[in-house]
Design a protein around this ligand. Structure first.
Ligand SMILES: Cc1cc2nc3c(=O)[nH]c(=O)nc-3n(C[C@H](O)[C@H](O)[C@H](O)COP(=O)(O)O)c2cc1C
Length: 378
């Protein structure tokens, strides 16, 4: 018997006045996942990316969010990250956009929305791509690494780089790079951009008291710690016409870390800066001395709390983390404060999870986004 659920009902992202609303065909998103596969060390999309993201779109998710894509070379987690930045040679910039345009086309070919996560890895940049056979931790300068930047001058962990504190000019440069990356994302045809504010990367490093001890206007109060978020969001609003999302780490999992209250204030301030359309609620990423209690739904209470705080706002709230079962996903999106689920690893194992989930929940194949080419397989 069919389960009553909104999981396969369309979802609308708010847009700017005069821009048509953007509709996702269901409430299952592909979470951003770095593939570390830009083989030329130049941020370029490779055939692997086209195949990978096209397959995820064919699997039935409504929004395929392309992995953390660096807004400048210093902000790459590794040399194999994707990029969207202004190169010295305009031909190289055009080639970056062209690669992403092909990626967007591969996603759109299967009826999914295409989004890209714009990112700066801060003090967690310049590491080896975490593939078998590679080193771990910081990649030294003589092996192709580079000097990393952050709010302060303390490495986040013993195996990470020694950051150079960003000056106010440096912060302005990062903000401008986010704006340019968003402009290039628009040129590539992306429907949505997500600002990466989670997982111990640059914006989260500014937000968290664990990593930001600055005494200037970018660190001397909770609001100062999310000033960079607001500046990035406002700058991205100037160059990108579609919906803007923000991924947050809602907790550092230690009492001295960022408070949920500050995260909610940050989201509200970002909303004021850019008319935020979506908040994707993750956690963690700043190295701590104890393991995170990762288990089924472990981040869901954060999404519920943020959703409840934003109940009056037209902002899509998605939960993420160890959501692997169709009934679990259905229960979550039927919660008053959660609108969608972002799925990560389960989609690497099973890219057609959304279609399987629909069948499991009793929907007829004709109600599911099965590509016509594959229709006879179902
Ligand atoms: C291979 C891999 C790469 C990831 N890369 C990113 C990334 O680029 N940006 C990001 O915000 N999170 C990244 N994540 C985290 C996922 O988006 C997701 O939040 C996490 O895997 C938890 O969801 P899951 O339990 O459904 O996998 C990555 C996770 C994996 C497994």
């Amino acid at each position: 018997m069919a389960v009553m659920t909104t999981l396969f009902e369309p979802l609308t992202f708010r847009t700017q006045p005069g821009i048509p609303a953007l509709e996702a065909r269901n409430r299952i998103f592909v979470a951003p996942m770095c593939m570390y596969s830009a083989t030329g060390q130049d941020g370029q999309v490779q055939p692997f990316h086209i195949q990978h993201y096209g397959t995820l779109a064919a699997g039935g998710a409504s929004l395929v969010l392309v992995e953390a894509t660096a807004v400048n070379p210093v902000g790459r987690i590794s040399p194999a990250d994707l990029g969207l930045w202004e190169c010295e040679d305009p031909v190289a910039t055009a080639a970056l956009v062209e690669g992403h345009r092909r990626l967007v086309d591969a996603i759109h070919a299967h009826g999914a929305l295409a989004g890209v996560q714009l990112a700066h890895a801060g003090a967690k940049a310049s590491t080896y791509p975490p593939h078998p056979g590679n080193g771990t931790g910081v990649m030294p300068l003589d092996q192709g690494g580079w000097t990393v930047v952050g709010p302060g001058d303390t490495p986040l962990a013993a195996n990470l780089g020694l950051p150079q504190p960003l000056t106010s000019d440096g912060i302005r440069g990062v903000v401008a790079d986010f704006a340019r990356a968003a402009e290039l994302a628009e040129a590539a045809g992306y429907d949505i951009v997500q600002i990466h504010g989670a997982h111990g990367y640059l914006l989260h490093e500014f937000l968290s008291p664990l990593t930001n001890t600055r005494t200037d206007g970018y660190g001397d109060s909770p609001a100062s710690r999310y000033r960079i978020h607001c500046e990035v969001a406002a700058a991205v609003r100037e160059t990108f016409t579609g919906p803007i999302g923000l991924r947050v780490s809602a907790s550092d999992w230690v009492p001295e870390g960022v408070s949920l209250e500050t995260v909610i204030d940050c989201v509200r301030a970002v909303d004021d800066a850019c008319a935020l359309a979506w908040v994707d609620v993750s956690s963690g990423g700043i190295p701590i001395d104890q393991p995170i209690p990762a288990a089924k739904n472990y981040q869901v209470p954060f999404a519920q709390a943020i959703g409840a705080a934003l109940a009056e706002e037209d902002i899509v709230v998605s939960a993420v983390g160890m959501i692997t079962d169709p009934h679990q996903a259905a229960i979550l999106v039927d919660d008053d404060h959660i609108d969608a689920v972002s799925l990560g690893r389960v989609l690497l194992r099973e890219p057609t999870w959304p279609i399987h989930a629909g069948m499991t929940l009793g929907l007829h194949p004709s109600e599911l986004p099965i590509p016509p080419q594959y229709e006879r397989g179902w």
